[in-house]
Design a protein around this ligand. Structure first.
Ligand code: SAM
Ligand code: SF4
Length: 474
């Protein structure tokens, strides 16, 4: 059940506004200190808050360039060239809250309200499978109807849809904070990551943009949500801040503080960090003194990468194709592609390069199809991956070995990425994407130095191409 009353009394407030503000207000650091912290990060050690703050206070262009370069290097060292792809599926936009930045806010009378029926969900998922998607994030407004049971049922509906070779192998959630019981129910349903963005970690701003008389007005209920998730067995969680509501440097410290808190209390940090940037939205307020420009956005992504070397980072289609291309190199591990955020948008709007503002939550910056995004990734020498094997083999949360075990990426992630790419090329790719993909697979195979793994991958590639087999992973 979504919480109906304010019951966050037992929640611990681990965000100290005064401390975070003091950290970003100190003077510009010496170059030697900045370089020392960059070196620590390059040795793949997570940064403490004061160290992150030093990078945030660095404004000299040549040092900022060093931060960018270090983020690019860390991304290559830790993650290699894989980029995981997913799509959002908006299930319903009824909302009892009144977040000042969002089109779904209850006071927006122009919003076209709708909840997909089970049949409509099937149609949307079929359309997504027809494009080649294997991983979705389901997005919900906050409303008593969208309770844990409803979310769980929806997840079940999505997993059951199989069209041709299509199937959704991982369903993540972005929805309201649940109570302990609720998190247990959605975990049972087989969700992947449960994602909740704090929006702003700054208490005063939080109260300004989320009216007190709404469910979301309770800062601590939201801050404590992922603690309840862990305590209920959901060990795969995503955090995020909506950049543009308050000073971006404060929000970066909030995100790092949140990560450190989860790591310290539950032995594992968040699986992913998201950094959505405020976009124009119908019915939303328009006066925002803290909007983040592209340069600072690049800085914040690079600094986050350096601060939390082992956390996945998600860059969404809110940003333009051009900027996404540039920022990918700074440490992004997941992107969405071919996204439609109108309810029903995958069948009712399809690939059209238009948006219907009355029907969507905010404006998107990258409307390219999945195939176009795949092609560009391949041409830029990224390995687009739909891999879900860790999660399906129970390798999540504290069992998440991707970064902990030396050679894991070489031995599992890259081979599995290649196999999911090969499936995509066989079943969904345009001829141009197919040839770019085949060339990339050749290049990737040449990079693997374990003969046994090369043989296994080649055997499975042949099974995909000649025997019509799917869902093969190591
Ligand atoms: N209703 C749930 C909630 O608020 O957490 C989940 C869904 S909400 C539709 C998903 C996220 O969209 C929010 O957490 C917020 O960060 C983001 N969002 C809302 N309005 C936005 C805007 N104008 N521009 C960019 N992102 C926005
Ligand atoms: Fe509702 Fe979420 Fe939008 Fe707030 S951000 S109005 S809770 S959908």
């Amino acid at each position: 059940m979504i919480k109906q009353d304010k019951l966050s009394d037992n929640a611990l407030d681990f965000i100290d506004d005064h401390k975070l503000t003091a950290l970003i207000e100190r003077p510009e650091p010496e170059a030697a200190q900045v370089k020392e912290i960059i070196a620590k990060s390059l040795s793949k050690t997570p940064l403490q808050l004061d160290e992150t703050a030093v990078l945030l206070r660095t404004t000299r262009p040549e040092l900022v360039e060093e931060i960018f370069e270090a983020a690019r290097k860390l991304k290559r060292d830790v993650y290699g060239n894989r980029i995981v792809l997913f799509a959002p599926l908006y299930i319903g936009n009824y909302c009892v809250n009144d977040c000042r930045y969002c089109s779904f806010r209850r006071s927006n009378k122009e919003a076209v309200r709708r909840t997909l029926s089970p049949q409509e969900i099937v149609q949307q998922v079929e359309a997504l499978e027809d494009k080649g998607h294997k991983r979705l994030i389901l997005v919900f407004g906050e409303h008593p109807h969208y309770n844990a049971e409803f979310i769980a049922e929806t997840v079940g509906t999505v997993y059951k849809v199989k069209k041709g070779h299509g199937e959704i192998r991982r369903v993540n959630i972005n929805a309201a904070p649940l109570d302990h019981e609720g998190f247990k129910i959605v975990k049972e349903a087989g969700i992947g990551t449960y994602q909740i963005f704090m929006e702003t970690y700054h208490h005063e701003t939080y109260q300004q943009v989320h009216p007190q008389n709404t469910l979301k007005g309770d800062y601590l209920w939201r801050l404590d949500a992922l603690n309840r998730a862990f305590e209920s067995g959901c060990d795969d969680v995503g955090i995020g801040a909506l950049f543009g509501l308050y000073d971006w440097r404060f929000e970066v410290l909030g995100l790092v503080a949140h990560s450190l808190f989860l790591q310290e209390h539950y032995g594992v940090g968040p699986h992913t960090i998201s950094f959505p940037r405020l976009q124009p939205a119908l019915g939303a307020e328009t006066q925002y003194p803290y909007l983040v420009n592209d340069y600072d956005f690049k800085r914040l992504v690079a600094i986050l990468r350096l601060s939390v070397p082992y956390t996945g980072m998600i860059l969404t289609a809110r940003e333009s194709a051009e900027l996404r291309r540039e920022i990918l190199a700074f440490g992004v591990s997941q992107i969405d592609a071919g996204s439609r955020i109108e309810i029903g948008g995958y069948t009712e709007i399809g690939d059209a390069q238009v948006q219907i503002l009355e029907k969507e939550q905010f404006q998107l910056g990258d409307l390219r199809s999945l195939d176009e995004v795949m092609r560009q990734l391949l041409e830029d020498d990224y390995l687009p991956s739909f891999c879900t094997s860790c999660y399906r083999l129970g390798r999540t949360g504290e069992h998440f070995m991707e970064y902990a075990i030396p050679g894991f990426i070489q031995n599992f992630c890259t081979p599995n990425g290649i196999l999911t790419l090969a499936e995509y090329l066989e079943d969904y790719a345009s001829p141009e994407t197919q040839s770019a993909g085949k060339a990339l697979i050749e290049r990737e195979l040449r990079k693997i130095n374990n003969k046994r793994i090369i043989e296994t991958v080649k055997k499975r590639l042949a099974q995909i191409q000649n025997e019509n087999k799917r869902d093969l992973y190591l």
